[in-house]
Design a protein. Structure first.
Length: 267
């Protein structure tokens, strides 16, 4: 069934995108934005890919599906209610002053979901903690590189394909990302935080499913390092060095934590 995972998830993503585009709950204006180049882009692919990835992950491991769903919901909240503050310090500083920002909701919500999923996917306490860090870290990593068209979805495909032989969850992530990549690169859609976080969490669950303690430790260290160097990583992603697109920056924020240039393989 591993070979079917990317096909099924891609099909579900495309179907969900088509349904949302046709019905546009709340009105079409709510689902459209004008990007930096003056083009109208739709937000349909983000929720569709998040739903498809969560359903696909649930089919493989219910704990993984839970983590992906929560990551997508937290991302959706940030897309709807997010502010312009960036980075751990800004959001935690606001929290100390009694203000709960959308970034803080993402940080704690996705981290909690990752830890719960890690506890259900691994048996030993240390592995559970590392698994939680990996799942939440990859969710934030993918969102960090979501600074230009195709960067986030392209990263998921590039990192996920090598792991498909070892984890069906990798196929789930790759299928959803591949389904949105052409339209994302063509600046017809944007996946937003909802799609980036969900796809990243799916990638993280694949790493957890395929690795023991040593592998988890390596990946956890990589995503933590990425969070520390977040600004540099976002700049590198925006510099057109990834080969996916040289398009203009996306109008939606990718406004916290995430990916490191040191993460070169998924599994």
């Amino acid at each position: 069934m591993r070979g079917a995972a990317p096909v099924l998830t891609a099909a579900l993503t495309r179907a969900g995108t088509a349904v949302l585009r046709a019905r546009a709950p709340g009105g079409r204006e709510r689902w459209e934005r004008t990007n930096h180049a003056g083009r109208t882009v739709g937000l349909y692919a983000g929720p569709a890919s998040a739903l498809a990835a969560s359903v696909g992950a649930w089919r493989v491991r219910p704990a993984a599906g839970l983590a992906v769903a929560v990551a997508g919901l937290c991302g959706a909240y940030d897309d709807l209610a997010g502010d312009r503050r960036r980075g751990f310090r800004a959001h935690l500083g606001a929290l100390r002053d009694g203000e709960v920002t959308s970034g803080a909701v993402k940080l704690f919500g996705i981290s909690a979901a990752g830890l719960v999923a890690g506890a259900l996917m691994k048996e030993r306490a240390a592995d559970r903690v590392l698994a939680g860090v990996v799942i939440a870290g990859f969710a934030h990593v993918v969102n960090l590189v979501d600074v230009r068209p195709g960067r986030a979805a392209g990263a998921v495909v590039a990192l996920g394909v090598p792991g498909m032989a070892r984890s069906e969850l990798a196929g789930v992530a790759v299928g959803a990302a591949a389904a949105v990549l052409p339209d994302d690169l063509g600046e017809r859609v944007m996946i937003g935080d909802v799609g980036a976080h969900a796809l990243g969490a799916a990638l993280g669950t694949a790493v957890v499913a395929a690795n023991g303690r040593v592998g988890l430790l390596v990946h956890a260290a990589a995503v933590v390092a990425a969070a520390v160097c977040g600004d540099q990583v976002s700049r590198a992603a925006a510099a057109g060095r990834w080969g996916f697109s040289d398009g203009s920056p996306r109008p939606l924020r990718s406004d916290t934590f995430e990916q490191g240039s040191g993460v070169t393989s998924l599994l």
